[in-house]
Write a protein that binds this ligand. Structure first.
Ligand SMILES: [Zn+2]
Length: 83
């Protein structure tokens, strides 16, 4: 679950990591660069990548495997009927 904290005013971004790390980076950045104030346009973003995101997939892995098994079974039935 890679998240980055971005400050658009400073054009700065934290390294991707867990959301808690991005929140820590936000707090530290606000303190050190903006005197503890929240800068306009700052945000914590989800970075699409190799990590799984529940909303980012249209087909679940389990559904895909079930579909392949169903195809294999159907092929076997067709083969047995074909003789
Ligand atoms: Zn900033």
């Amino acid at each position: 679950m890679p998240y980055v904290y971005r400050c658009r005013q400073c054009r700065a971004a934290s390294p991707p990591g867990p959301r808690r790390d991005a929140e820590d980076a936000r707090r530290e950045h606000r303190t050190t660069e903006h005197g503890g104030l929240a800068p306009d346009g700052e945000r914590i973003e989800y970075v699409p990548g190799s990590a799984r995101h529940p909303d980012g997939r249209y087909v679940s892995t389990g559904g895909l495997i079930a579909g392949l098994v169903l195809l294999a079974v159907a092929e076997e039935i067709a083969r047995l009927w074909g003789r």
